[in-house]
Design a protein around this ligand. Structure first.
Ligand code: RB5
Length: 145
C-alpha cells in the first residue's frame, strides 16, 4: 500500500508522529510537507494528497491540520475522495469497513499523539466490507456526477 501524507502548520508535529508510525510498519509513503512551521493554507496541502489518491497514484491519504476539519472539507471537494475526519478507534474501523474511506483526516489540536497513532494504525489495517456498503458507495459516486 502506498500512502500520501501532508499537513498544514497546525498539523506538522502530528504528521511527524504518523510518518514515524508508517516507517515502523514498513508502509511506503510520500510526504507532501510542509517543510517548515511557517503558516500555510491547508487547501494547498490537501490538494496533492487528494489528487494523488483520486488518480490512483496512491492507495490512500492522510491529512492533518489543527482540527482536521479544513483538510477534510478540502479533500472531499475532490472527485473520488471519501475523506473521514476521525479521532477515535471505533470510527477509524467503521469508516474503512462501511465507507471505504480513502483519506483519513485528524486534528493535531484535538487528539494526542498516542491515540492518533492507534487511529491511523486501525484505519490502515481495516479492509472495506463491501456487500451492502458497496451499493452506498455507488450512490455517493452518483452524487458526484
Ligand atoms: C490553522 O490555524 C487552522 O485553521 C487549520 O490548521 C485547521 O484547523 C483548519 O481547519
Amino acid at each position: 500500500m502506498k500512502i500520501a501524507i501532508s499537513s498544514d502548520h497546525g498539523g506538522n508535529q502530528l504528521r511527524q508522529e504518523i510518518i514515524q508510525l508508517l516507517e515502523e510498519r514498513g508502509v511506503d509513503y510520500e510526504d507532501f510537507g510542509p517543510k517548515s512551521d511557517e503558516s500555510v493554507d491547508y487547501p494547498d496541502y490537501a490538494a496533492p494528497v487528494s489528487d494523488g489518491v483520486a488518480t490512483g497514484k496512491f492507495d490512500r491519504g492522510i491529512l492533518i491540520c489543527g482540527t482536521g476539519i479544513g483538510m477534510s472539507i478540502a479533500a472531499n471537494k475532490v472527485k473520488g475522495i471519501r475523506c473521514a475526519l476521525v479521532h477515535d478507534v471505533f470510527s477509524a474501523k467503521a469508516t474503512r469497513e462501511h465507507n471505504d474511506a480513502n483519506v483519513l483526516a485528524m486534528g493535531e489540536r484535538v487528539i494526542g499523539a498516542g491515540l492518533a497513532r492507534e487511529v491511523a494504525a486501525v484505519w490502515l489495517e481495516t479492509a472495506f466490507e463491501g456487500g451492502r456498503h458497496a451499493r452506498r458507495i455507488e450512490k455517493l459516486q452518483a452524487l458526484e456526477n
